[in-house]
Design a protein around this ligand. Structure first.
Ligand code: RFL
Length: 402
């Protein structure tokens, strides 16, 4: 099929993927009256319920606010000012707000996606096409790329011609696969570790994120809402969630997050149980011709330091603003430097995740040397104000320059 077929249509930007990255770009374009089409393989109902992230950095919320996208978030999200490490049966609270004056926002990703879809479709009149199939990208190295897809309702093949394609379709989409080894380098890192990711219909058991550093393996506790808590348990990579009965899960959580003076965990039904293999990748550069990747399609960061959603938003702000500058006024400087600017923060966050991974997992590696250095890292956070300030800056993403 060609761009001249009867079902073809032109729009300045096609955004592939309605996750936080794609929807934020779409909203920025629509706010500047730039037309675009957002294509999404899942239904609207599905993406508005898909549970994932929850921790959003302050600069990212400010970025959403500046673009009129954080109204509900700032009304409903919780602010967190500390995290707590638990090891050797003791609690070590790290009050990052005391160190930096900054905090984290906790707002479930499905709520953010719901807000972004609503703003894009109902408020800004954006064109979003859900449940599409077989999306393909063509002619990306020309000034007139096309995107084709099959419409679920009619079964017909549709073609969109455009000036730019935004590949915001996550880790398994077509955006990343378009960046073949001849077009970009993909750097990968595998931690060789799995996490059993759990969602419990249970109130959070603490007013902050908990990191359990235990000889059995890492355990994490992250509030999502007053009724919902995310837990993680380190497990072998590729482990079958069926190996984890509810009783085994709660028993391990109690052990790994236990502390002599800590209140017991509040248990509840486990509504999600899946194994995530901890790995990262970075696509460099994040662009090819008229294709610009944003979010997880360009860089996957294991949820160790809760950075993925934040990086997706960072890309989207830069890309949305740069596309508007180019399409409105012919200023291409932002698009030219887009990949390089994003990647500086991406690599910084990847490095921090790697550092933190050793803190979480080092004591359970069965290697007394790694256990010794892990405890040294932990002790340093609570004895050295300089180390504490550096950790807080990385944890909150508050460095002045990347
Ligand atoms: P998304 O959210 O994956 O959205 C991509 C969208 O593209 C659609 N899609 C396609 N659409 C059209 N054509 C195709 N061919 C398509 N293929 C796919 C998908 O259906 C989807 O709707 O990517 P985006 O926008 O880049 O956003 C990235 C974030 O979702 C991700 O980084 C975070 O969820 C990662 N993450 C966390 N990040 C944080 O910053 N803080 C956290 O606390 C945090 N916790 C997590 C997480 C990710 C997790 N999982 C499931 C991997 C916890 C978990 C369990």
């Amino acid at each position: 099929m060609t761009a001249n077929s009867p079902s073809s249509h032109h729009t300045p930007v096609v955004v592939v993927g309605a996750g936080p990255a794609g929807l934020t770009v779409g909203n920025i374009l629509r706010a500047a009256s730039v037309d675009c089409v957002v294509l999404e393989t899942e239904s609207r109902e599905f993406i508005e319920r898909r549970p994932r992230a929850g921790v959003i950095e302050e600069w990212a919320v400010r970025g959403l606010q500046r673009r009129g996208l954080a109204h509900h978030l700032t009304e409903r999200a919780q602010r967190h000012s500390a995290c707590e490490f638990r090891f050797g049966g003791e609690r070590y609270r790290f009050s990052y707000t005391e160190v930096t004056g900054h905090h984290h926002w906790v707002y479930p990703q499905p709520l953010l996606v719901t807000d972004l879809v609503h703003s894009y479709v109902e408020v800004r009149g954006g064109d979003a096409r859900f449940s599409v199939r077989d999306v393909e990208l063509h002619d990306l190295d020309t000034a007139r790329p096309t995107v084709s897809y099959t419409c679920q309702d009619t079964g017909e093949r549709q073609v969109l011609t455009c000036d730019f394609v935004v590949g915001a379709d996550g880790a398994r989409g077509v955006g990343r696969t378009a960046l073949t080894p001849e077009r970009a380098r993909i750097a990968r890192h595998d931690y060789g570790i799995g996490w059993l990711a759990l969602l419990a219909e249970a109130a959070p058991s603490a007013d902050c994120v908990l990191f359990g550093v235990h000889p059995n393996g890492f355990a994490g506790h992250m509030a999502r809402s007053p009724e919902m808590t995310r837990y993680y348990l380190q497990c072998p990579p590729g482990d079958d969630p069926e190996n984890w009965s509810d009783d085994r899960i709660w028993s391990e959580l109690h052990q790994r997050l236990g502390a002599s003076d800590g209140p017991p965990l509040t248990e509840g039904p486990l509504i999600e149980k899946r194994v995530l293999d901890m790995h990262d990748y970075v696509v460099e550069p994040m662009t090819y011709g008229r294709l610009f990747l944003a979010g997880d399609s360009a860089h996957l960061v294991a949820p160790i330091a809760a950075k993925g959603l934040n990086l997706a938003l960072h890309d989207a702000f830069l890309l949305g603003d740069s596309l508007v500058a180019y399409l409105d006024g012919g200023d291409g400087a932002g698009l030219d430097s887009y990949s390089e600017t994003c990647l500086r923060r991406v690599w910084d966050y990847q490095e921090f995740s790697q550092w933190l991974s050793e803190v979480y997992h080092g004591t359970a590696a069965g290697d007394p040397f790694r256990a010794g250095t892990t405890f040294a890292r932990l002790r340093r956070l609570f004895t050295s104000p300089t180390a504490a300030a550096a950790f807080a800056e990385q944890y909150l993403g508050t460095a002045e320059h990347y």
